[in-house]
Design a protein around this ligand. Structure first.
Ligand SMILES: Cc1cc2nc3c(=O)[nH]c(=O)nc-3n(C[C@H](O)[C@H](O)[C@H](O)COP(=O)(O)OP(=O)(O)OC[C@H]3O[C@@H](n4cnc5c(N)ncnc54)[C@H](O)[C@@H]3O)c2cc1C
Length: 498
């Protein structure tokens, strides 16, 4: 299906379920719903994952920090999900070693926390944590100043925006009508007004799930004017620096002065992601930015552990996201990441809070409510159904290397393509077979081929330069100059594609 067809369907059909919001929560609800036999529509105001779901730390994890608050059930759920996601979307869950460096003392509490993490992860196939001696730490992470060794444990990285797109694509392939750049502007019972491409139409649905993250209260107000606030946003920022400035093959976890942890996560594209913060936020919800003082705070924390301190000049890019935490008193960093599933008196279901990692159980809980209201029963199948492109590394990469050889392209693209597209990587390379110029890189500083941008436009519903460069690819995070130089080429292709 393509977007024009889906827009026509949105205006013409009556759906069992309309999902508002195309972040991880909305994508998950749409996927869970179609797998349970519902006819599903999904509308997203901006691009899929343009909200918080492209601005996370990009970890699939239980969350060591939640152990401090004794949210054990939540940690266990995250660790279980880590395993389930490895099975249903292996290309987007990369096991990664993490080091907790010891600069003095024995850190008995950290050790106890890691032992508990191991216990809660029992049966998920992850190795237990262990202690590394100083010389091995220096080898794995030359960026660190001298240590007394480190604790090593394992968690997983993902690409949040691609995970969301992969779920949306999977739902679309099973029949959901999905549209990005389609905004809900009014709700009248089960008739929802949507604006897309200078056109306005009504979508009719028997159930509505409001999955708009930090914007849920605006949608709740459209449904029932005057409702009380559910969401309390908390802001977190990240910075990206060149890998050459923080040489490390393992990710690092460093304690912060406010009792949390900061992650330093190396990526294959020669950059390192560092974050995050956790502060109450009452500014505008659209497009929050990392402030200079927040960036300085992050650099100060990480510099305490590094041999060669980072400065503002090292920062390639920065971004900020807003956690849709469920409102109650206290500091946001102490608030639980438990999701909220609420049914309004008009019957609209709001699903918010939670974590990227736990999208599946949250989606299942929301669809359970949809079925309850409809008086129907069907079990969730997202734990046993593989997402689009799901395939093992061994099943894809050797074959990709052969294709790359045939196309006279570097074999080093193969693992990277696998981790973005899984088995669909072959479709991306087919574009190069048709037109050799798509085999060129988007820019010398970027790892991406032009074929990847073209594929985003032709097959992944990208409609703006940002959809392509910030979310289907991660160019805007990786290289400021590279992304701005590539923008013209991408713009030209978007115009050609109409
Ligand atoms: C700094 C930070 C780091 C994090 N790190 C991690 C992590 O490493 N691991 C983890 O598991 N979790 C992490 N999280 C949590 C996770 O990112 C969020 O819980 C999750 O992304 C929220 O997704 P969502 O779909 O509910 O909201 P969003 O992703 O914000 O999606 C809501 C969507 O609704 C759309 N929308 C709004 N209004 C309308 C409208 N009127 N019509 C149509 N659409 C509309 C928006 O455009 C948006 O795309 C982190 C969060 C932050 C802020």
């Amino acid at each position: 299906m393509d977007r024009p067809t889906d827009l026509r369907r949105l205006a013409a059909e009556e759906f069992d379920l309309l999902v508002i919001g195309g972040g991880i929560t909305g994508a998950g609800v749409a996927w869970d719903g179609v797998l349970r036999g519902l006819s599903v529509a999904l509308v997203e105001r901006a691009d899929f994952a343009a909200g918080t779901s492209s601005r996370s730390s990009k970890l699939i994890h239980g969350g060591l920090r939640y152990l401090q608050r004794l949210h054990l059930g939540q940690v266990r759920q995250g660790l279980r999900e880590r395993r389930v996601l490895e099975l249903v979307v292996p290309q987007l869950v990369q096991r990664t070693p993490f080091l907790f460096p010891r600069f003095g003392g024995r850190h008995p509490l950290v050790r106890a926390g890691l032992m508990l993490y191991d216990i809660l992860a029992a049966g998920t196939g992850y190795p237990h944590h262990h202690v590394l001696p100083p010389d091995v730490v220096a080898e794995e992470s030359p960026a660190l100043r001298e240590t007394n060794g480190a604790f090593e444990y394992f968690d997983a990285r993902t690409d949040d925006a691609r995970l969301v797109w992969t779920i949306v694509r999977s739902a679309s392939e099973k029949g959901a009508a999905v549209a990005n750049h389609a905004e809900v502007t009014a709700i009248d019972g089960r008739r929802v007004t949507v604006r897309a491409d200078d056109d306005t139409f009504v979508v009719r649905a028997r159930s509505i799930v409001n999955a708009t993250g930090v914007w849920v209260d605006a949608i709740r107000t459209l449904d029932q004017p005057g409702v009380a606030r559910d969401v309390r946003p908390s802001k977190g920022i990240h910075v990206v620096v060149p890998a050459s400035r923080v040489p490390t093959s393992s990710a690092l976890i460093l304690p912060t002065p406010d009792g949390r942890f900061l992650f330093v996560i190396p990526w294959e594209d020669s950059t390192v992601l560092i974050g995050t913060t956790d502060d109450d936020y009452d500014g505008p919800l659209d497009d929050p930015r990392a402030e200079e003082r927040e960036i300085s705070w992050v650099l100060d924390v990480v510099n305490d552990a590094l041999q060669s301190p980072l400065s503002m000049d090292d920062v390639v890019s920065s971004f900020a996201g807003l956690r849709p935490l469920v409102a109650h008193g206290g500091l946001t960093k102490n608030l639980s990441r438990k999701p909220l599933i609420e049914v309004s008196s008009s019957g609209m279901i709001t699903a918010t809070g939670g974590k990227l990692t736990a999208w599946r159980p949250m989606a299942a809980a929301a669809v359970d409510r949809v079925l309850e209201v409809a008086g129907r029963k069907a079990p969730s199948k997202t734990d046993e159904t593989r997402l689009a492109g799901a395939a093992s590394f061994e099943g894809v990469v050797p074959a990709l290397e052969v294709v790359l050889d045939d196309l006279r392209l570097d074999r080093s693209h193969a693992p990277r393509l696998y981790h973005r597209y899984g088995s669909h990587a072959a479709q991306v390379l087919r574009l190069v077979g048709d037109d050799k110029t798509f085999g060129e890189r988007l820019h010398a500083e970027l790892p991406y081929l032009r074929a990847e941008a073209e594929y985003a436009i032709r097959a992944e519903r990208a409609r703006t330069v940002d959809d392509v460069l910030a979310r289907r690819l991660r160019a805007t995070l990786t290289s400021r100059d590279g992304a701005s130089s590539a923008a013209d080429w991408v713009r030209g292709r978007l115009i050609l594609s109409g």
